[in-house]
Design a binder for this molecule. Structure first.
Ligand code: NAD
Ligand code: IPM
Ligand code: MN
Length: 369
């Protein structure tokens, strides 16, 4: 099997965590005799510095010509004063739109060995296993008109939130299909008590749910959902929501795992799948070798599952991450209250590679008898 991956390490801790994800993929390829071709390109702040654009044409062309894109993170404080369309983040948003993936899957899971590092009591977060299905190409992020206007010495800024029935239908179907393979429950999150977009969202999701009689649907307002998510995370299975709500709720859901560094994502439904950890470039810890690579590594697993059709290999990587946590190795963000040993970004990467190899050896031995 040949599989072409465009790797976009990006800014801050992006390159640190992405290189560990690539290392794990190389290990999987070596074990199974697959050929994964990696091609690295610039995006975000680094691309602005080198090419004067947060998404150079060369980067975009490479992404469009690949089987999947693996991204680290973009953004750095020195670009925070640029207008929205010139910032590193604009490069990521342009890429998302160009690749066409509208369904961003963001799992948030409580891992038993590190349950102690969550500010939630283990009896609250323990066993929680949520899949946030975030609409990724609509809403306030892309709505027109947008921008700054002003007269008489005052400035007005505006963004537009809009959703069409078709945009809601397609993301709703992704959530119901996912729920079918999980515990059969979708919670749709909106602000239908105030927003027209949310009223259309709720109506449309309710209509689509009739095609999935085996899946239970409930609705929550986003403000209440924010509370329930940490008060009783186990009440959730699949959370279906629009772009901005999904952005906010997924960072909040990281509290269930204990760190933003644990969360992975997959963006599917377009021509080329995009895989990136949920976290950002974390300028506060960049360059120290202490970033948690698990979210990036788990994103690589999602890539094998959704773009490579390699379910077994994806599961092996996920299991390997759990083994490393069970063995007690932790980056500082997941160390407090969990015991174990402090490990660097690259040590965790190396340990996951070892665990992947052991898991594959074990399966091989099992088949041999
Ligand atoms: P952030 O996610 O970068 O960091 C939030 C907090 O979580 C920080 O304290 C950070 O140290 C910690 N953290 C994040 N990832 C971690 C990891 N892997 N291991 C250990 N700790 C980790 O969010 P922010 O500080 O609000 O944003 C920083 C920059 O990243 C901004 O420019 C923002 O726009 C950008 N950003 C990019 C993406 C992306 O590229 N997908 C996502 C979110 C934010
Ligand atoms: C995320 C990030 C991005 C988003 C930014 C960097 C554009 O916060 O992937 O969660 O808001 O989607
Ligand atoms: Mn975010």
């Amino acid at each position: 099997m040949r599989f072409k991956v465009t790797v976009l390490p990006g800014d801050g801790i992006g390159p640190e965590v992405t290189s560990e994800a690539v290392r794990v993929l190389q290990t999987v390829a070596a074990i199974h005799g697959y050929r994964f071709d990696f091609e690295e390109h610039a995006i975000g702040g680094g691309a602005i510095r080198e090419f004067g654009s947060p998404l150079p044409t060369k980067t975009l062309d490479a992404c469009l010509a690949s089987d999947a894109v693996l991204l680290g993170a973009v953004g750095a404080p020195e670009y925070d004063r640029l207008p929205p369309n010139q910032r590193p983040e604009a490069g990521l948003l342009l890429l998302r739109r160009a690749l066409g993936g509208y369904a961003n899957l963001r799992p948030a899971v409580s891992y038993a060995p590190i349950a102690g590092c969550s500010p939630l009591r283990p009896e609250v977060s323990g066993g929680a296993d949520i899949l946030i299905v975030r609409e990724l190409l609509g809403g306030l992020y892309f709505g027109e008109p947008r921008g700054f206007t002003g007269s008489n010495g005052t400035t007005v800024a505006s963004n537009t939130m809009s959703y069409s029935v078709e945009e809601i239908e397609r993301i709703a179907r992704v959530a119901f299909e996912a729920a079918r393979k999980r515990r059969g429950k979708v919670t749709s999150v909106d602000k239908a008590n105030v927003l027209e977009t949310s009223q259309l969202w709720r109506q449309t999701v309710t209509r689509i749910s009739r095609d999935y009689p085996d899946v239970t649907l409930d609705h929550l307002y986003v403000d209440a959902c924010a509370m329930h998510l940490i008060a009783n995370p186990r009440r959730f299975d699949v959370v279906l929501t629009e772009n901005l709500f999904g952005d906010i709720l997924s960072d909040e859901a990281a509290v269930i795992s204990g760190s933003l560094g644990m969360l992975a994502s997959a963006t599917i439904g377009g021509d080329v799948g995009l895989y990136e950890p949920v976290h950002g470039s974390a300028p506060d810890i960049a360059g120290q070798g202490i970033a948690n690579p698990c979210g990036a590594i788990a994103s690589a697993a999602m890539m094998l599952r959704h773009s490579g059709g390699l379910e077994q290999e994806a599961c092996d990587i996920e299991l390997a991450i759990e083994h490393v946590l069970e063995a007690g190795y932790r980056t500082p963000d997941i160390a407090a209250g969990t015991g174990g040993y402090l490990a660097s970004t690259s040590e965790i990467g190396e340990l996951v590679c070892q665990a992947v190899t052991e898991i594959a050896d074990m399966r091989h031995a099992y088949h041999a008898v």
